[in-house]
Structures are given as C-alpha cells and as structure tokens.
Design a protein around this ligand. Structure first.
Ligand code: NAP
Length: 244
C-alpha cells in the first residue's frame, strides 16, 4: 500500500526506538514532515541522520511541565501518533506507587496532553486530522506482571472512543492499533522468559508474534484517507490471539 502524506505534518511520540522509530521513517518516506518526540537524545540524533529534515524534540513525556514547554508551541500538526509508553513489570500485589504513577503519566496522561495540544490547533485552523493511539492486545487480555501497563492500555480504549466522539464533529478521527508482542526492546523485555515466550507464541492461531512493519502499516492506514470513515475503532495486530 503506497500512501502519500505530502503537504502534511505528523508528530510521533516515542520516536527514538522500536515501532515509533519505524513509523517516523515510513512517514518521512511517504512525504510527511515529521516531528519526532523522544526521551534519549542520541536516538533522535541518529534518526535525524537517517531522515534528514525531521524535527527532533527531546522530552520526557512523563513530565507535564517539560512537555508543555517542549510541545506547547509545536505549531500545525495534521497527523498524530501517540506511541510512547513504558512496560514496567510488577506482580499486582507488589505494585508500587512509583510504577503506577510513572506508567499512567507516560502511557496515558501524556496522550491526553499531547492530543489536547494538537487537536486544539487542528480545530483553530479548521483542518481535518487523524490521531492514532498505539495500544496493545493487553487492553483486552491479561499478561503476567503487567497489571499496571494493561490498565493504562485498557483506559486508552475508552480514551480513544471519547476523543473520537468529541473530536469527530471537527473532522478529527481517533483510532488505536493493538499489537501482540513485537520483538522491540520492550517486547524482548516482557518475553525474557523463553518458556513463557514459547507458550505464548503457541497460543496465537498464527503461531507467531507481530513484526514492527505490520504495526506501522496499520498505523499508516489509520492516519490516511484510506480509513476516512473509521473512528473510535481499533485494529488488532495480534496474529489472531483474541480469537483463540
Ligand atoms: P520501545 O522499543 O521500548 O520504544 C519506546 C520508545 O518510546 C523509545 O524511544 C522510548 O525512549 C520512548 N519513550 C518511552 N518513554 C518515554 C517518555 N517518557 N518520553 C518520551 N519518550 C519515551 O517500545 P515499542 O515496542 O516500540 O513500543 C511502542 C508502542 O507499542 C508502545 O505504546 C507500546 O506499549 C506498544 N506495544 C508494544 C508491544 C511490544 O511487544 N513491543 C506490544 C504491544 C504494544 P527511551 O528508550 O529513550 O526511553
């Protein structure tokens, strides 16, 4: 599927590594101007070398005031990918306040904040827009030691629908992509137990995890006019897991 985002400006959070990084590259190749937001500057430096012309923004999205300073004046954005997240593993009974707060601040609160900044500007300019929230299949199914993380993604399901409902009249679509395990740094850390990883893979009807490219393709589809009448919806990139 060849998509053309020429003339549009996109903002991708969590752009330094994994799914976010490849989303930036795909949008860049497809003609979009891209604002790449991430936490580690070295990642943004190497990404800027690979994709000349992108606009790097280095900020910890878990810090509300720093995010306001970094992105409050970001200017016109047509396409937003809320991708940054942390997967901090703790059993439910041992979950600490720090892990709870950090997880919700990065994975959910920053989605509120960045989306507010971007959507307000879309409405002021009277332009349509598309927002994709990168969620997970654990918004709908359990996973060991991910009570907090999966709660952030479960909440993201309702946030996606609420945003779609309130922003729809302004021609702003909001959807999510919900992958199974993808073997990025995050995916490797949550499947570091080889026996758990093997059993989990076996439970997928397709007997596999997802590739970064599969997730990026779904993100780009939802950003594009090819999904012009889709809003408040989710694409599961889960190799059939929810059907099993
Ligand atoms: P990843 O490889 O860990 O990359 C995450 C990126 O987000 C990194 O560049 C990271 O920067 C950045 N980031 C994290 N916290 C940040 C913060 N506070 N401020 C700014 N940037 C921050 O993760 P991934 O696998 O690509 O995950 C991308 C998305 O897919 C996430 O929403 C995740 O929940 C979702 N997902 C992943 C999987 C999976 O198995 N990989 C499965 C389902 C859903 P630093 O490294 O510098 O912190």
């Amino acid at each position: 599927m060849q998509l053309n985002f020429s003339g549009l400006r996109a903002l991708v959070t969590g752009a330094g590594k994994g799914i976010g990084r490849d989303t930036v590259k795909a949008l860049h190749v497809s003609g979009a101007r891209v604002v790449a937001v991430s936490r580690t500057n070295a990642d943004l430096v190497s990404l800027s070398q690979e994709c000349p012309g992108i606009e790097p923004v280095c900020v910890d999205l878990g810090d509300w005031e720093a995010t306001e300073r970094a992105l409050g004046g970001v200017g016109p954005v047509d396409l937003l990918v809320n991708n940054a997240a942390v997967a901090l593993m703790q059993p439910f009974l041992d979950t600490t306040k720090d892990v709870f707060d950090r997880s919700f601040n990065v994975n959910l609160r920053s989605v509120f904040q960045v989306s507010q900044i971007v959507a307000r500007s879309m409405i002021e300019r009277g332009v349509p827009g598309s927002i994709v929230n990168v969620s997970s299949m654990v918004s709908h199914v359990t996973y060991p030691c991910l009570a907090v993380y999966s709660s952030t993604k479960g909440a993201m399901t309702m946030l996606t629908k609420s945003m779609a409902m309130e922003l729809g009249p302004h021609k702003i679509r909001v959807n999510s992509v919900n992958p199974t395990v993808v073997l990025t740094a995050m995916g490797r850390s949550v499947t570091s137990d080889p026996e758990l990883a093997r059993k989990l893979k076996e439970r997928h009807p397709m007997r596999k995890f997802a590739e970064v490219e599969d997730v990026v393709n779904s993100i780009l589809f939802l950003l594009s006019d090819r999904s012009a009448s889709t809003s408040g919806s989710s694409i599961f990139v889960d190799a059939g897991y929810l059907a099993s």
